[in-house]
Every structure is written in C-alpha cells, then in structure tokens.
Design a protein around this ligand. Sequence first.
Ligand SMILES: [Zn+2]
Length: 237
Amino acid sequence: MATNPNPLAGLPDFLRPANAQTKVVSAPPMQVGAGNVTADVDSTNPTQIEVRNPAAFTPAVATHEADHVFQLSRNPGVTQNPGAQKLAMSAAGTPAMYDYGGPDGLIAARAAGKTIADFTPEQQATMASDFQLHTNDAIKRGDRVGLAKVTAAYEPFIGQQARLPGKSESMTTMTPQNLSPLAPSVPPVTVAGMPMQGSKLIGDQAQQQYVNTMQKHFQPAAAPKPATGLPLLATTR
Ligand SMILES: [Zn+2]
C-alpha cells in the first residue's frame, strides 16, 4: 500500500493557500455522543488538524478538515453565520449535520436561489470533500456525463466558498446577493475526445494523488488537548 509522508498532498487547489502552514498531528481518542471523532480542527488552534482515529483518516477526511482550516481563515460572516450555526447545533452528533443533499440537492438549492451561506460549516466541508470524491470517481470510470453533472452541481457553491474574503477583510463586497455562480471553468466533458478534466478548484494534482489510500505519517501532538464537548467549529470529522 502506498503511503504518503504528507497527508495534505492531495488537497484541492482552492484549499492549498490557507493550508500552507497546516500541521497534521495525532491526538488522543475523543467521543462525541455515541461517535468516535476521526479528526478535528480546534478554532483556538486553527491551522492544526488533530487526528484521533488514524484508521479512519482518509484523504476525504483530510480534505474535509482542511476545509475547516480554510473556513477559519475567512470572514466569519458566511462560514460561521448565526443561522447556519443554529442549524448545525440542532443536528450536532447526527449524520444530518453533514447532509447538504448531495449533487441533486445542490442543483435544487441553486435553482431555489441558495448560496454557500445557506449551508452549515459541516455541510460546506463535506461538500468540498464530496466534490473531490465524485470528480475523481467520474474520471476513473470515464463517466463524462457524470463529471459534467458533478461540476455543475458543486462548482457554483465551492467557487463561492473559495472567493470568500479573508478573516479580517470586509464582507461589504461579498453579500449573499453577490455570491454569484462562477462561470463554468471546464471544457464540455460530455464531448467524446475531449480530455476528462474536473474543476480547476480541485486541480490536477488533487485528482492524481487523491487515489492514494491510507496516509500514516503524523507528527506527534505537542500536548494532548482535553475533550471539552463540541465547540462550534471543532468537528466530529
Ligand atoms: Zn467537520
């Protein structure tokens, strides 16, 4: 089995700048409700991914956690908006906290005029990892129609997330009204003969490396953190 010394080597391109300094460390097991936490990002230490169950720390979880690091680097107006937080807390500890409806849900949400601001931090992070998973899966299967659907469903929302202002930048130039969809960035993958290419938000490297399976090399944690319930952006995965 191939191992990779850098568990973040396969991140989507849009998550790379915010994760340039991110450390992946091992941390003691932690439970939230009935579930074992796979990994989390503590909002008081926002460039550190704590892996609590290495066996479950897949590349998809790495992307999910790296998205939390990204969220914590952005203006909290969208990534931690009160409505979304309320939703997140009401579903905390259940699978519903991650459920944004999949590709069909996103297509319906866009038709209903929703933006990334209508989704919780957990849903946003799961959206990013699913975008990468579905893109790579469609490419692997040579499914042009599937890839076109995945791109159409996810790219508008992930594109909005990617463009959010930084932590201390004003939201005045980025309101829900101007969280407009990006123009499509990929060639018409449904056309036979065109190379199959996913969204530029994911990038070639992430599409090639994402198939690497378990990545086991972690730096030791500096100091174990006490389990203190479920802070707003600490996550069960
Ligand atoms: Zn999470």
